[in-house]
Design a protein around this ligand. Sequence first.
Ligand code: AMP
Length: 255
Amino acid sequence: MRILKTAAELKAFRRELPGEVGFVPTMGALHAAHASLLRRARNENDHVILSIFVNPTQFNNPDDLKNYPKTWDSDLAIAHAEGVDAIFAPTDPNEMYPDGYRYGIVEKEFSKELCGEFRPGHFDGMLTVVMKLLNLVWAERAYFGEKDYQQLSLIRGMVDAFFFHTEIVACPTLREKDGLAMSSRNLRLTADEREKAPYLHRALTTIADASKVRTALEENGFKVEYVVDREGRRFAAAWLGNVRLIDNVEKEARK
Ligand code: AMP
């Protein structure tokens, strides 16, 4: 397994690869859901490239960036076990921004809603780095989780708008046994918060009315940003202590 640190190394590595490439972009602190994306990429392509890059331009909150979990040794072990060919992990954030972020992707509608309303600039930063990564990796397929459904939908929109070569593959949300969507940020929950956290998914799937979901979450110690029903899905973001949790479910999953 190769570890690539610069854009130039990644481009050179990619040029020499025969066959089809599956790409899984992440911010590290890998868990079973990331492993499931890697496994799918492995099954559907000749080669798998994983990126681990905590992208500063998508963090609107400096503390969130500073506290983002880093688990390099365990990330390496997971990548190795899933048969990854190369990890692109730039050590210097400037590696992805030789222009100092003068140039970027702008989406003018959906990126302002839901999470975008509470995280200004987040989706433009995310789209910009995904675009750069797609250009560098030039994969046949790139794999994204439905857990970040708004992100997935905006990436699909960008890929269509700019005629990207890469096919975007959506992967279902993986959950802990108690229903909590797996997330790197779950590592930052206290024991008490971890116990409360699965209620987010339970409330989304068992309460019919979105405004009642909000009240129920607030009564259970969550600080709610939004609960919104939109195009057959229900989306929510809420804080437990210092940790922001997001989730979404399909209408059919609701009782
Ligand atoms: P991140 O956790 O932000 O590094 O996300 C890297 C990729 O993994 C994104 O495409 C996420 O949507 C995906 N992902 C993260 N958590 C989950 C999950 N619980 N289920 C499915 N995909 C996930």
